[in-house]
Design a binder for this molecule. Structure first.
Ligand code: FE2
Ligand code: FE2
Length: 483
């Protein structure tokens, strides 16, 4: 509810804010430049220290346009126009992001509708979760070694998946990292597939740009961005030498994080900022009056997938904080969100002759999280470009969804490993009891079941049809193909 005192406070803080009943809108909204030239508008789930409502509104507008107002209304029809503020453009990234301005503001508690330039965005965190959409790894792959056809919705189906997610009317959406894949100029000879894709800006120590993010995420994701609040993790494609600058400018919900990946200037040379985990935070979703799902959002953008190295100790801090945030509490169940899986089986098709092959990926994550997974009913990850579920006895079920549009991993070569991953010297997890793999593009819809900790997860294809069903109960995940 937007109380009178809240309204007065907004009016004092804001510029030209009116609170005059159901029909009046603030001048700030009607005087917005360019008649609604918003490139993208969306709502990000945020830690409570960032937004008391748990939700931040973002608008991406052309550079030079002023930040618009966030128009909100409460359940009694009281309206307000809340000024949005410019989010600082990452330093030393010019001209990569010079085309856009990103605007941000915490959505007031009590808002039931919210819009920017007349475009509705999710106004509040759900009071009760019935459908939760899960997906990750979405961008159109453009690399020197291969490309997707970014203009073919079968070859790169993110726009279809986004529309299908929206049509499922989820209460919230978890996007588990790896937004950005346009990391190279379109190779000569493949212009018919990716010729119109914005290339990286030459001379900068990273690969993303405003136009790259517009093409790879903001436009194709528009339907799902309008559908529900987004809970977002950072993938390794959002490392600082890749697309970290755009990620922190556009999609990190926290205040003051835009410069996390700002390049470092030393002796006249720009180099990429180091990739280190940002602090873990928690998002709570109400499932029932006496039941809450806590999501521990871990930044696993860095780390070695094939060997445990010194980064594991750096990464461990993120998992320790996640475990503290999810300490057992009556009525609370928890999932760990981390882009790189803890228990992901790597296809033997990736084996390189003459080199040792590790059937379990994400070595640094296994070491970093060793002994810290007790709080979770499920670990949800992406990173591997496939749909996968793995159960290791005594551990939380591992769900992997990295099939939201980017080029898929091999469909074959996933025999059940005879032994569990070796996390740290002398320590190994038990052998997995089962695993399920599908190379279908898509996403999942998770629906809570009556028992605490129990969920049904429907695997949807790019058209929104169910191709497999999974169940989570007592930390055990099980999947079976078929509708
Ligand atoms: Fe990926
Ligand atoms: Fe990844």
């Amino acid at each position: 509810m937007l109380s009178a005192s809240r309204a007065a406070r907004l009016a004092l803080l804001g510029t030209g804010l009116l609170m005059a009943g159901a029909t009046a809108l603030a001048p700030a909204a009607s005087a917005a430049p360019s008649g609604g030239s918003t490139i993208a508008a969306y709502s990000l789930a945020a830690p409570r220290v960032t937004a008391a409502s748990g939700l931040v509104a973002r608008a991406v507008v052309p550079a030079g346009a002023e930040c618009p107002a966030l128009d909100v209304a409460d359940g009694k029809g009281q309206q307000a126009a809340v000024p949005m503020r410019e989010r600082p453009r990452p330093q030393r990234t010019a001209p990569a992001f010079d085309a856009i301005t990103v605007c941000s503001v915490a959505i007031p508690s009590g808002a039931v509708t919210a819009s920017i330039h007349g475009r509705a965005i999710p106004a509040r965190m759900p009071s009760r979760i019935d459908r939760l959409a899960l997906l990750g790894d979405s961008g159109c792959r453009i690399a020197s070694w291969g490309v997707q056809d970014c203009s073919d919705e079968s070859a790169w189906p993110l726009a279809r998946i986004s529309a299908a997610v929206a049509s499922d009317q989820p209460d919230a959406i978890i996007f588990n990292g790896d937004f950005f894949y346009r990391e190279a100029a379109c190779p000569a000879g493949q212009q018919s597939e990716c010729g119109s894709s914005p290339p990286p800006v030459t001379g900068l120590p990273f690969t993303d740009s405003a136009y790259g993010w517009i093409a790879d995420s903001l436009l194709p994701m528009a339907p799902m961005l309008a559908a529900a609040p987004m809970i977002v993790t950072r993938g390794n494609h959002e490392a600082c030498y890749r697309a970290g600058n755009g990620f922190f400018y556009l999609f990190d919900p926290r205040e003051g994080t835009s410069d996390t990946c700002a390049p470092v200037l030393s002796e006249g040379t720009l180099t990429a900022a180091p990739t280190v985990p940002t602090p873990t935070y928690a998002i709570d979703l109400a499932v029932a009056p006496d039941r809450t799902l806590r999501l521990a959002v871990v930044d696993s953008a860095g780390g070695n997938d094939v060997a445990v190295d010194a980064y594991a100790a750096v990464q461990r801090v993120a998992y320790e904080r996640a475990a503290r945030l999810t300490a057992p509490r009556s009525g609370r169940e928890s999932w760990l969100l981390t882009h790189r899986p803890i228990f992901g089986i790597v296809s033997t098709d990736f084996a390189v002759p003459g080199l040792p092959f590790l059937e379990w990926g994400s070595a640094d994550q296994q070491a970093a999280s060793w002994g810290l997974l007790e709080p979770y009913q499920m670990v949800f990850s992406s990173h591997q470009h496939i749909a996968m579920a793995v159960q290791i006895p005594g551990q939380p079920g591992q769900l992997i969804l990295g099939n939201a549009g980017t080029l898929l991993d091999p469909a074959t070569g996933y025999p059940l490993p005879a032994a569990g991953p070796k996390a740290v010297p002398g320590q190994a997890y038990p052998a997995p009891s089962w695993a399920w793999v599908s190379d279908e593009f898509g996403y999942a819809i998770a629906r809570p079941q009556a028992d605490a900790g129990a969920w049904r997860l429907d695997m949807r294809d790019a058209s929104g049809s169910t191709f497999a069903r999974c169940g989570l109960r007592a930390r055990s995940l099980y999947c079976a193909s078929g509708s």
